[in-house]
Design a protein around this ligand. Sequence first.
Ligand SMILES: NC(=O)c1ccc[n+]([C@@H]2O[C@H](COP(=O)([O-])OP(=O)(O)OC[C@H]3O[C@@H](n4cnc5c(N)ncnc54)[C@H](OP(=O)(O)O)[C@@H]3O)[C@@H](O)[C@H]2O)c1
Length: 245
Amino acid sequence: MNTLSNDKTHFLVGQVAVITGAGRGIGAAIAGSLADLGATAVLCGRTRAALDSAAETIMDAGGKAEVVPCDVTSLESVEGAAKRVESSLGRVDILVNNAGIGGFGRPLHQLPPDAWDQILNTNLRGVYFAIRSFAPMMIRARSGHIINISSITGKNPLPNGAAYAASKWGLNGLSYSVAEELRGHSIRVSVICPGSTNTDLSPHAGKDPAKMLQPEDVAHALAMLVTQSPQSFVSEIILRPTQKP
Ligand SMILES: NC(=O)c1ccc[n+]([C@@H]2O[C@H](COP(=O)([O-])OP(=O)(O)OC[C@H]3O[C@@H](n4cnc5c(N)ncnc54)[C@H](OP(=O)(O)O)[C@@H]3O)[C@@H](O)[C@H]2O)c1
């Protein structure tokens, strides 16, 4: 018997989904989509006003949202967010590691060390901090789904964006490895590698924004992952725009 209902509107009712970088772009679209599926969306990020506005949009549409400001480059901040989620909501079912920054436009030998640190500390170490802080709650519950937002750049070379590419290649390796570590705890780990997406992350010079992926396309792919029946999981999605932008 197929345990999946055709109507997935209430699929995540009672569940808690934490989304980093949820104030705008892909993260805001993911938070909205998970709330549409019935989850309480916990919106994390550094800019309180952006988080409040994204949460308001969700609540205006009848969804549940909480704002928990957090900087993924600080272990103290991420651990504080996890404690807050545990004390106010008591659980975390879905963790979406989406927070990320770009850093394009110059060859690696011209990249200042502080820019390297900022990119790697956000896009890669931040995911480690979030998993370190939130996975124990999932392990105790013997259930959970962690979804890391990587990039198609994690599969390809990116001249003038080597640090960003390194962060995303690293994130893919981290995701495949943690998936094996957590499988025995009934926790699923997936990674999504989107192509160019129409957000503030990068000007995407020379590309047609109308042909690029939209944040909602990534949110839709993630919704497919979290509505997969629990005995299986999609470990990786490579998401491309239909027409080359
Ligand atoms: N756009 C693309 O073409 C594309 C393609 C493939 C993959 N991606 C990936 O998708 C993810 C989302 O990017 P986006 O395109 O939606 O970019 P975006 O619009 O610039 O959003 C990035 C989000 O990350 C948050 N963030 C940045 N640094 C943070 C930190 N230290 N702690 C917590 N939150 C932080 C930002 O909020 P605050 O600044 O307020 O903290 C913002 O909400 C990134 O991981 C990116 O690498 C993007």
